[in-house]
Design a protein around this ligand. Structure first.
Ligand SMILES: [Zn+2]
Length: 384
């Protein structure tokens, strides 16, 4: 049985790179000694200075929508922003905004120095919101993601509100771009044209490779809001199907909504141990986590070795509940009961240990003659 090769992952890797890679490192780290070292780092030097910055009047409200108590920072733009606006910042790509968590990421002295230099929300907004046309409204904390995204992209990506000296003449005046929401297709096309125009205007003297607008910034990615991060530890496979002569070269492909990631290939092994952690952002609609095992073939399309789908909603809910409670004792939060109807080999228990909400799952691979996959899920909700 053959399946199409999974799509090339080169630009669908973990969406929201930027700050998330630091968050990722923090999140991935397991050893207690590192944990205590981190604790120390968090309470001294850059951490303290960052906390002081957060307490400054201008930084107590989100730079983009005015929501109180922002916990996210665009480290290159120098603004303190709320969780909702941080989603839009991430979607623009790290070349526009590098989002870090004020609480969860590790900050270096240099990064904090940079923030201090940029001057905080008030100073940065004076530049990026120097001139807002009367037909454009700054979003409110309760604004829709579409309004928020529209404003933030105009502000930082298209640089539409810069001081008139800095804002070069625009061939497509903003007023013409205002369309009703159901005229979406037209708007997209329009914004794209505008963006290309903008990119071009600013690209004199640059290499051709730098001139191309990135594909991602034109996509609908900006409309997706993330509600959390999920770390998937692909532990091992047992008794997997044979796809080559006597064995297989298996790897695991994971996808969640638009994103996909994959493990390394383990050669010639029907009981591979990957122990590989992969990170995905959880989109607002919380799609199921799709798991597909493939056999890597050098000269033909990779062979299908089974698949499974995991509902991650219970885990996310458990993680959210834990975040707001003060329980720190190890405990069992719930389980996903194995039955003949689903793909579980044994109950997938959701547990809380060391403040982390985890779920270990043994999956019987579907649409294949045999094979069990063991994976461990860990969830971090992104709330304020
Ligand atoms: Zn905001």
């Amino acid at each position: 049985m053959e399946e199409p090769v999974p799509p090339d992952d080169s630009d669908t890797k973990y969406v929201g790179a930027g700050g998330s890679s630091c968050l990722y490192d923090l999140f991935c780290s397991e050893t207690p000694s590192l944990e205590s070292q981190r604790e120390e780092l968090l309470t001294s030097g850059p951490r303290k200075r960052l906390d002081n910055l957060l307490r400054q009047a201008g930084n107590k409200l989100c730079a983009d929508c005015g929501a109180p108590d922002p916990k996210w920072v665009s480290s290159n733009l120098g603004v303190f922003i709320c969780i909702k606006c941080s989603g839009v910042h991430r979607s623009m790509g790290v070349h526009i905004s590098k989002v870090l968590s004020a609480k969860l990421d590790e900050w270096t002295e240099e990064q904090v120095d940079e923030l201090v230099k940029l001057g905080g929300n008030t100073v940065v907004n004076r530049k990026y919101e120097a001139y807002i046309p009367s037909n454009i409204k700054k979003p409110k904390p309760s604004s829709s993601n579409e309004e928020r995204s529209d404003f933030i992209r105009r502000k930082y990506e298209q640089l539409q509100f810069l001081h008139s000296d800095e804002n070069m003449s625009c061939p497509y005046p903003p007023s013409q771009e205002k369309n009703s929401p159901h005229d979406k297709k037209h708007t997209d096309k329009y914004v794209t044209r505008h963006r290309i125009g903008h990119t071009f205007r600013n690209s004199w003297g640059r290499k051709d490779s730098e001139r191309k607008p990135t594909k991602k910034s034109n996509s609908l990615a900006g409309m997706i809001e993330f509600v959390g991060l999920i770390k998937v530890n692909v532990v091992k496979g047992t008794n997997l199907a044979v796809r080559d002569m006597k064995s297989s070269d298996p790897y695991v492909h994971l996808s969640l909504g638009q994103q996909s990631v994959r493990t390394r290939v383990i050669k010639n092994n029907l009981n591979p141990v990957w122990n590989e952690s992969l990170m995905l952002s959880i989109p607002e609609n919380i799609p199921p986590l799709k798991v597909i095992v493939y056999d890597k073939d050098t000269f033909s399309t990779d062979d299908f070795m089974g698949e499974a789908e995991i509902d991650i909603q219970p885990l996310l809910q458990a993680a959210k509940a834990c975040e707001t409670s003060s329980i720190s004792e190890p405990m069992q939060l719930g389980s996903w009961v194995a039955s003949t109807d689903n793909t579980l080999v044994k109950d997938g228990i959701i547990s809380l240990e060391d403040g982390k909400v985890r779920q270990l799952i043994s999956l019987r691979l579907q649409n294949v003659e045999r094979g069990v996959l063991e994976i461990e899920l860990e969830c971090l909700p992104l709330t304020q």
